[in-house]
Design a protein around this ligand. Structure first.
Ligand code: HEM
Ligand SMILES: *[C@@H]1O[C@H](CO)[C@@H](O)[C@H](O)[C@H]1NC(C)=O
Ligand SMILES: *[C@@H]1O[C@H](CO)[C@@H](O)[C@H](O)[C@H]1NC(C)=O
Ligand SMILES: CC(=O)N[C@H]1CO[C@H](CO)[C@@H](O)[C@@H]1O
Length: 326
């Protein structure tokens, strides 16, 4: 082969491959299990394909699980640990009330332990499952850097690090900044609310007696308030509302349409209209003729979130059972 040709065509490609395959700032890399467990990602995907085809509503909770893992102690699978005699785990926090899908992770882990014992971490499974949940809900896919190790602790008190649905924009921004995430990551990842449901209790304070005068949150569309009040009585706690009504099983840009119509369920959704940067992102997605920008951004921001406080190398352990430390 002509050497000029090699330089012109193969060098740039090999540099690109090197860059995409090389360790990132956090020490994770795409294809970490390529040699040690070559089918790891396929095993995860095949099980997720089966699960989402029979229970599509698990996509939301499985995406949310990764967020709740990463924001508390980093993406170390601390969310998966059960309480013990001497410790109450993150799982028990009221904010985790409707998290589900732990059984899916356990099934996948069992399959991986069979194929390559002691190799694939529960933290990486959680990251891969979140990616596949989005993809299998007609959303984008992206490469997930892996190599995370599992932590040995899970403390209910630390779930305070999760942003509350009543946070103001400033509080949200600070909460994300604490995890090394930008305002752009905030507006992009909030788009995850295109999937899934919420219990009435997380937003009904906005419907009833918001300021103590028997009123609703003025930042909510008043017609939507009537609809939501029909769905959620003040005392309803476990009743569910779809966050993207009519398409809560498909990953799309509808979340931004909802927010722009002042129909975001949480104060934190409405808050994205208060800041110039997040507002313009919301409006751009509403006008966009396709989801290309959002889909690309979502993968980038999920990778960013997935870098939060990870354990690598010899830190932590590879749990045998995701619910208990070894
Ligand atoms: C910006 C701060 C955020 C706040 C305050 C927030 C708050 C909430 C709340 C209160 C619920 C309802 C939970 C329930 O009914 O128990 C929820 C659901 C959900 N959240 Fe978030 N969230 C935020 C960011 C995120 C992020 C970053 C993701 C993932 C990228 C995400 C994904 C989801 C999903 C998929 C659901 C639906 C879960 C289901 O169907 O059970 N959220 N969120
Ligand atoms: C963890 O807790 C769940 C729910 O209580 C239970 O079903 C599961 O068997 C527990 N796992 C282990 C390994 O103890
Ligand atoms: C609304 O809130 C105010 C102030 O907290 C309280 O005095 C009043 O009883 C509440 N009204 C209803 C209908 O709950
Ligand atoms: C899955 C899980 O453990 N959920 C818990 C979340 O927190 C509530 C309230 O403390 C518990 O009752 C749930 O069991």
């Amino acid at each position: 082969m002509d050497s000029k040709f090699v330089l012109k065509f193969f060098l740039p490609i090999s540099i690109m491959l090197l860059l995409s395959g090389s360790a990132d700032a956090q020490g994770l890399k795409v294809g970490f299990y390529k040699k040690t467990c070559p089918n790891a990602e396929t095993i995860v995907y095949n099980e997720m394909k089966r699960v989402i085809s029979v229970a599509p509503s698990l996509a939301g909770p499985l995406l949310r699980l990764f967020f709740h893992d990463c924001f508390v102690r980093g993406c170390d699978a601390s969310i998966l640990l059960n309480s013990t005699k001497n410790n109450v785990a993150e799982k028990e926090s009221p904010i985790n009330l409707s998290l589900r899908g732990y059984g899916v992770i356990d099934t996948i882990k069992a399959k991986l332990e069979k194929a390559c014992p002691g190799i694939v971490s529960c933290a990486d499974i959680t990251a891969l499952v979140a990616r596949d949940a989005v993809y299998l809900s007609k959303g984008p896919s992206w490469e997930v850097p892996t190599g995370r190790r599992d932590g040995r602790a899970s403390l209910i008190a630390e779930t305070r690090q999760l942003p509350a649905p009543i946070f103001t924009f400033q509080q949200l921004k600070a909460s994300f900044a604490q995890k090394g995430l930008s305002v752009k990551d905030l507006v992009v990842l909030s788009g995850g609310h295109t999937l899934g449901t919420s219990q009435c209790s997380f937003f009904s304070p906005r419907l009833y007696n918001f300021t103590g005068k028997g009123d609703a949150d003025p930042s909510l569309d008043s017609e939507y308030v009537i609809k939501l009040k029909n769905k959620c009585k003040p005392t309803d706690t476990t009743k569910l509302a779809e966050m993207d009504p009519g398409s809560f099983l498909s990953f799309d840009t509808d979340y931004y349409k909802i927010v722009s119509k002042r129909r975001g369920l949480f104060s934190t959704d409405s808050a994205l209209l208060q800041d110039a940067e997040t507002r313009s992102y919301v409006q751009r997605q509403v006008k966009a003729s396709n989801p290309r920008e959002f889909f690309k951004d979502f993968g980038v921001s999920m990778v960013n979130m997935g870098n939060t406080g990870v354990l690598i190398g010899k830190q932590g352990e590879i749990r045998k059972n995701c619910a208990v430390v070894n």
